[in-house]
Write a protein that binds this ligand. Structure first.
Ligand code: SF4
Length: 363
């Protein structure tokens, strides 16, 4: 089946709501036509700068304004990152994703350090991905030149529901960042979260926004919200495994060539539930006992699960070839010292304000 870029919300909703067995069968068929069904990529997510973020994302324990008890850390050193990447490689990961709790990337010393981290990880023959907030075209090109394989920037939800979760930046800035990444040769990783109180229409709306991008993102993480005490979404009900499988299957059908990532929320899923997600087309997981700040299954547990399901970890650079890293001294790009005006809609989201005004927990 050819990859389509003109999916409508109704078509996607019709797929999402198919009888379960039919949906699963169709997704598994599309999956087999485009991927090896017994191969799953193992990635490691490394928080290189934790907490203290200026944004108000309602799901995020790293937002400085909520009282979640997450301890903030300055940017890790290149050596620390190298040690963590080596550990991840030994444990079987083929991709390391570095996350920094920033609104956007700022030109300067910290960004130069991140570029060096990218070179270091790429030279360990691991796919290197970054999630650093909004970036400009020049910053994307500098990351590409350093050897970045993928840039993650999630749409989070539909454009309509995004406004119910975040007020400090607009949905169009997410799309602009993806556009900037596309101007470099870095692949795009962009997905979202279910279980934030959104409707099925919103889930379909997010998949419309992602699948109508041309080219479609090479990687789409589907997260189940992990409600964290102190965040505005702390009281959300756990998303059901059936919704998760439906979302993954639908993502697989509308984005056949994409790597679909079964991301946050796995600790609340049984092995049987995760197996259904793999059958429905998920072909990547994050390993390690933490996903940035939220819990995640232990690597050994995952390896046991792989063994019992007969799954093999994907080798690095199977989908796209590795790029060479150019040293800082040989770079053809400059630090432009840009100060882009990313939006700040500032509309009122009651539950975000309520969470912000709550007293800090007594220690
Ligand atoms: S999701 Fe990212 S941008 Fe939003 S508050 Fe958390 S760290 Fe900041």
């Amino acid at each position: 089946m050819e990859t389509r870029h003109n999916w409508t919300k109704q078509e996607i909703l019709d797929i999402y709501n198919k009888p379960f067995m039919e949906l699963l069968y169709e997704a598994a068929t599309v999956h087999r036509q485009n991927h090896d069904p017994n191969t799953v990529q193992v990635s490691t997510l490394l928080s290189i700068k934790t907490g203290g973020c200026s944004e108000d994302c309602g799901y995020c324990p790293q937002a400085a304004r909520y009282h979640t008890g997450v301890e903030g850390n300055d940017l890790m050193s290149v050596n620390q990152v190298k040690a963590e990447a080596l550990r991840a490689k030994e444990a079987g990961s083929s991709r390391v994703c570095m996350g920094a709790a920033w609104r956007n990337v700022r030109d300067g010393e910290e960004f130069e350090n991140v570029l060096e981290m990218v070179r270091t990880i790429n030279r360990l023959d691991l796919e290197v991905c970054c999630t650093l907030g909004m970036i400009t075209e020049n910053q994307a090109k500098r990351l590409a030149e350093a050897g970045l394989y993928a840039y993650n920037h999630n749409l989070d939800s539909s454009e309509e529901y995004y406004k119910e979760v975040i007020s400090t930046r607009g949905f169009e800035d997410r799309l602009k960042t993806i556009e900037n990444v596309r101007k470099s040769n870095v692949t795009v990783c962009s997905g979202g979260i279910i279980g934030m109180g959104e409707s099925e229409e919103d889930r379909a709306g997010m998949l419309v926004a992602l699948s109508t991008l041309n080219p479609q993102p090479e990687s789409v993480p589907i997260n189940a919200l992990v409600p964290v005490e102190g965040t505005p979404l702390a009281d959300q009900e756990q998303v059901s495994i059936w919704d998760m499988v439906r979302m993954i299957a639908t993502t697989r059908i509308v984005m056949p060539e994409t790597q679909v990532r079964l991301s946050a929320g796995r600790t609340n899923m049984s092995r049987e539930g995760q197996a259904m997600c793999f059958f429905a087309g998920a072909n990547s997981i994050f390993a390690g006992d933490k996903l940035l700040t939220t819990p995640n299954p232990d690597v050994n547990e995952d390896m046991e699960m792989f063994k019992s399901l007969g799954l093999n970890p994907q080798k690095p650079f199977e989908k796209k070839p590795q790029r060479e890293s150019v040293d800082a001294t040989d770079s053809k790009y400059q630090n432009l010292g840009e100060k882009p005006k990313w939006s700040r809609p500032g509309h009122v989201i009651e539950r975000n304000l309520t969470a912000q005004q709550k007293r800090k927990p007594q220690v």
